[in-house]
Design a protein around this ligand. Structure first.
Ligand code: ATP
Ligand code: MG
Length: 148
């Protein structure tokens, strides 16, 4: 029998309503399990963005996105704090793959559960499972809980 208690729960946030709903589940699960909650948001930029404007435009764009992302994780932080759940958060800026960054972060934090939404902000409504959720479910080293 494996250890069925979760100790480090990662919540992946992209600002969508569904990821906020997933965060509520993650907070209450972390409380029940006396686990630590780790919120992660990946700010993805494309290398080609650099060619559209100047590098400082790109830097400004990334900074703005990271600021917005921090507001999302702050929202989860306040809910975690209210519930007495230990919390930390990270905003990752990358031009690489979003799911790969989530998986790498979870692995580095020795996470034993990743919580996320089935869909996010960027997809079409009719897709049942977004590409980030699908790739994380497929490739993560730990269990994944997808909230719908
Ligand atoms: N950049 C991100 N950083 C952190 N978590 C993310 C990010 N993007 C998506 N997620 C997580 O994955 C869940 C599913 O989102 P996903 O991106 O797979 O679907 P989508 O946006 O509807 O479709 P797609 O991105 O494939 O067009 C979100 O609810 C969120 O929990
Ligand atoms: Mg998406």
């Amino acid at each position: 029998m494996t250890n069925e208690k979760f100790t480090n729960i990662v919540i992946a946030i992209d600002g969508s309503d569904l990821s906020k709903k997933a965060a509520d589940y993650a907070v209450s699960l972390a409380k029940q399990q006396n686990a630590k909650l780790l919120a992660v948001t990946v700010v993805k930029f494309h290398q080609t963005d650099a060619f559209r404007g100047s590098t400082s435009t790109l830097a400004k764009f990334i900074r703005k996105q990271a600021e917005i992302a921090e507001n999302w994780t702050d929202l989860v932080r306040s809910k975690a704090e209210k519930s007495g759940v230990r919390f930390e958060s990270r905003v990752i800026k990358t031009n690489a793959s979003v799911p790969e960054e989530i998986i790498k972060y979870a692995k580095g934090k020795k996470s034993d559960l990743i919580v996320m939404g089935t869909r996010g902000r960027t997809g079409f409504k009719k897709a049942l499972l977004g590409s980030v959720a699908s790739a994380v479910v497929t490739h993560a080293d730990c269990p994944v809980m997808v909230i719908r």
